[in-house]
Design a protein around this ligand. Sequence first.
Ligand code: HAM
Length: 413
Amino acid sequence: MSELAAIRGFKDILPGQSHLWRMLEDKARDVARRFDFSELRPPLMERTELFQRGLGEATDIVEKEMYTMEDRGGERITLRPEATAGLVRAVIEHSLHGSGRPTRLFCLGPMFRYERPQKGRLRQFHQLDVEVFGDPGPQVDAEIIMWLHTFLRELGLSDLSVVLNSLGCPQCRPVFRDSLVSFLSGHRQTLCPDCDRRLDHNPLRVLDCKNPGCQTVVAEGPVLSDFLCPDCRNHFQGVKHSLDVLGVEYTLNGKLVRGLDYYTRTTFEVHSGNLGAQNAVAGGGRYDGLCARLGGPDIPAIGFAAGLERLILLLSEQNQAAEPGPDYYAAVLCPEATEKAFALVQKLRARNLAVAIDWEPGGLKSRLKRADKAKAAKIIMLGSDELACGEATVRNLADGEQKRLPLDRPDLF
Ligand code: HAM
């Protein structure tokens, strides 16, 4: 099988886990409804240029992680590495922003990045992505963080922390960038090879490098919050105030720069203490210039994405509940009972009951074993004796209580 095994970093979601996924997705849709968000399902592939222009040429994703190919017509297309760029494209293409109200959207689905697979990091992974277009904030920034906070809290997850920063705007960030570059240039020999390269292309990424040498250098360097212009400073103050009013706890981290180039002002991540190296369960921020950069109107926007595999890891650690079995397990004990069994099972399923049916040959003992293995609540037994009376024997597998019920009264089951 090994030569036909699933591709590295691409995983099957097996039946034993799928109930957790369903729970996660149901909760996401439920929170979206309560926060007044509508679902938009963009395609999995877009023109490569959308991501190059949207995420930034100097980001790790665009530089080395995209699944890009040429289609048979010679067009360069890419499997989406994230959802924001595709949603921006859809908003522009369908003029979804024109209603006079902010456009509030979410999507759920797989994303693709050619990263080194490890715990909590895959090449096909899933995100819940939530975006608001047309609202400059700062209240909506806090509302978006509240959205995420509500979602995670209602999933019952603990040991999570919200980390917050402001990245400034095209007016003030370049001033910080220049100051950072001139400071880091004086310490070039201490930086890791990656940061040595980043210094020329994407110097802000040096701030969140995990290398201890780089961290020591950065600790002595300029701090972004000292460079925010008055508008950005007020905006950030407004976000923090709203979060305080909402009772959402957060910690400030001036080195949180995120891995995508489109961010302006508010950025945030949620970290878990239980995930090891890949500890970010969600991340997002404001991206006010992106719509205009992609050819649309100049509308402000903010959003986040949560990584569902990481949430599943946390949920399965603290929630050992297995998927519940069927309500009934029907055992056909003689061939003549087959038709009656089929008819009964269909009637029960039509009444919204979950019913497994056992066509395998075998005695009662092996059927009971299989019903137990299927985690069924009750077993229905149909043999020649029952058939003669037009009845079925129903046994509760938890307490062994047994009764006979008429086959023509599915409402009594
Ligand atoms: P991101 O930080 O690249 O942001 O990804 C968001 C989340 O997706 C991460 O915090 C992590 O939980 C999960 N994730 C990312 N890469 C992987 C991977 N290889 N395997 C498993 N999980 C992963 C974005 O994607 C932005 N589009 C978020 C956003 C929306 N910003 C504004 N709006």
